[in-house]
Design a binder for this molecule. Sequence first.
Ligand code: SF4
Length: 320
Amino acid sequence: MPSILILEFEPAYLQLHCAGELARRVEWAVASLKNCLVCPRDCGVDRLADKFAVCKTGRYAIVGSYFAHFGEEDCLRGWRGSGTIFFSGCNLRCVFCQNYDISWEIRGQAAPPERLAEMMLELQAQGCHNINFVTPEHVVPQILEALPHAIEGGLRLPLVYNTSAYDSMESLRLLDGVVDIYMPDFKWWDRELARVYSKAPNYPEVARRTIKEMYRQVGDLELDERGLARRGLLLRHLVMPGSIAGTREICEWIARELSPETYVNLMPQYYPAGKVGPNLYAEINRGIETREYAEALECAHAAGLRRLDAREAARGKRLM
Ligand code: SF4
């Protein structure tokens, strides 16, 4: 069965909070900012002293925007939206970044833990179905630090960790039992392409390792009786022009190493942005073609994947 009914829902983090384990993790995570190895960049800068490196983020998270988002998958947006918090800064350097202004440049408000907690509670008060942390890889300690404040303020929504998968294993250990829904975007299969387009040659092996760990923690995506995501893994993959992202290999890996029941969203919405233009990275200066999306769907079916996001697949087919 692709989905499981869950009539009663309690977010994963409540138990850890009550047991005092969340407080211990916060202490450890914040101290780790002194010599930052929070993500696989391993910069080693002292973020407690507000120093920063690749992610351009010092002591506090910077929030570009937060709002009820209706563009996410149906199981996240529901009818009241996904409570999305977009973090500014990023540990990848994707040349085609569609959030270039907040990821490469830094825009937004610094959010100390109390303020970040308030944002979560505001989104809950608006009726959002979940709290969706977008680009969180470099601010895991800051998210953890804010969480007890939010819980004390009444937060009870599931947490969505919306990541590029360029995470450290230590971050994932800290998030075990905290995150309800992992939503990694598996971007690249090939090291050289990851180097050229995201400036991270070790991205493929990092993503394979971290996504397996995410799956170990939460398993296949479970929906409640209303079709809302409650716990599990929702994996995204952006189909690229010329199929350069390695869609076939990624689909085969998902079916083989995770499960054919993995919920997968093959995203057709690539468009040139960021540094891409007629004179730079011209080979990806176009949207994907209809046959490229059709091939991506074929790859997923051929690999045996049985839970493709229906709305995005239909959207991709409409391109055809
Ligand atoms: S979180 Fe930022 S400072 Fe820390 S290792 Fe990653 S990119 Fe470097």
